[in-house]
Design a protein around this ligand. Structure first.
Ligand code: AMP
Length: 371
């Protein structure tokens, strides 16, 4: 495609059928594009707002080939796309973001090594392959520390905190003795993230850094913008843009960071992890910016100019988890609040059912700090 954009009327394939795929498909429709969802699940929230839906396994080569041939480009809404799936799809055409971003984000050790190689600060870490490497790492890094599976972790799953060296083996048992990373526990002041987009011509656009508040290891609220000194906010955006450039990234990416207490601007930010896709902490952009993250991602994937990431309002985004979505009627009566529900039939505990974004005039966001 290089140089030739996917014009309105074209079709973008999306791997994954969850809420992120749904919001990508809706944004694409607003741009005059069609979408084709590919996922193994029935009742995929994305399927009902897309032109086409293939329900098949990620290992089904024949179905993947038919899917790839029906679209102008493929993107995805989750990072655990099997490498072989990405390879099959790439053989038929464009997959954005590309294989380097996927491989880097799928493995916490590869991700941390990538950061280190690019001079980006992270928590101290070590590769855990057996009991000896675990003992060694706990001795070097100290406690408290966090043991995480190298792959397939999300929302705090596949993680165990180690409070004292003698707990290390039990922690590894807890995560199934999977290949792991040990990370020093960071006493951060706050958690922030940057949603950055990079176009195929290398231009980048970062939304303002936001603060994220978690409840039960799941994102509860995003405060936009994060209250940060200008130099720190600028540095956070610069780090995100540098990561995108080094990965030769095309699309929208979420970069999660820990903000350390007082230090120089360049010493206060540690990168926790990257998400090579649109991100929950970017949902506020749908309502508080002229071009939200979903449209921005589609613009990048299709080779369109990126939208300006400036916000016209401050915002607080609240996730509606499980039966919290039952409060839709009350939320709908709140002035200045946009509601987004994902059309999921069953409100299981911990399941993201929707989100609500309350807008405030610029500079007037209330200082929410805890739940
Ligand atoms: P992750 O899956 O890596 O995003 O971790 C989920 C959450 O656990 C983060 O948002 C933090 O709140 C916490 N966490 C993860 N790693 C660390 C760490 N090295 N130090 C302190 N807290 C952490």
């Amino acid at each position: 495609m290089s140089g030739k954009p996917i014009a309105p009327g074209g079709t973008v394939g999306i791997l994954g059928g969850g809420q992120l795929g749904r919001m990508l498909a809706s944004a694409a429709a607003e741009m005059g594009l069609h979408t084709h969802i590919y996922c193994p699940d029935e009742n995929a929230p994305a399927a009902e707002v897309a032109a086409q839906y293939t329900r098949a396994e990620y290992e089904d080569e024949a179905a993947l080939t038919r899917f790839a041939e029906s679209v102008d480009a493929v993107t995805y809404e989750f990072e655990n796309v099997p490498a072989e799936t990405a390879r099959i799809l790439s053989a038929h055409g464009i997959v954005r973001p590309g294989p380097l971003a996927l491989a880097t984000a799928q493995d916490r050790i590869v991700e941390k090594n990538f950061m280190q190689a690019n001079g980006i600060l992270t928590a101290p870490f070590a590769d855990i392959t057996d009991e000896a490497s675990l003992r060694n790492a706990v001795e070097n890094i100290g406690t408290p520390s966090v043991l995480k599976t190298r792959r397939f972790g999300y929302d705090g799953k596949g993680q165990a905190k180690i409070m004292a060296p003698e707990d290390a083996i039990a922690a590894w048992d807890e995560i199934g003795r999977a290949p792991a990373i040990l990370e020093g526990f960071v006493s951060f002041e706050r958690e922030i993230s940057v949603i950055v987009a990079r176009g195929e011509n290398g231009e980048t656009a970062a939304y303002d850094p936001v603060e994220n508040i978690h409840k039960n290891h799941i994102l509860d609220r995003t405060l936009a913008p994060a209250a940060l000194p200008e130099a720190v906010a600028g540095e956070a955006c610069a780090i995100a843009a540098r990561i995108a450039a080094e990965l030769d990234y095309v699309g929208v990416m979420g970069v999660e960071m820990f903000l350390l207490p007082e230090a120089g601007a360049e010493q206060r930010l540690l990168v926790n992890e990257i998400a090579p896709r649109v991100h929950n902490s970017g949902h506020w952009t749908m309502d508080a910016c002229a071009v939200g993250q979903f449209e921005q991602h589609m613009r990048a994937v299709c080779g369109w100019p990126l939208g300006h990431p400036q916000r016209h309002s401050d915002a607080v985004m609240t996730n509606l988890i499980g039966d919290e979505a039952d409060g839709w009627k009350k939320l709908a009566a709140e002035p200045g609040t946009a509601i987004h529900l994902y059309g999921k039939a069953e409100a299981r505990p911990g399941r993201k059912m929707g989100h609500a974004t309350k807008l405030y005039p610029l500079g007037k966001r209330p200082p929410v700090t805890s739940s």
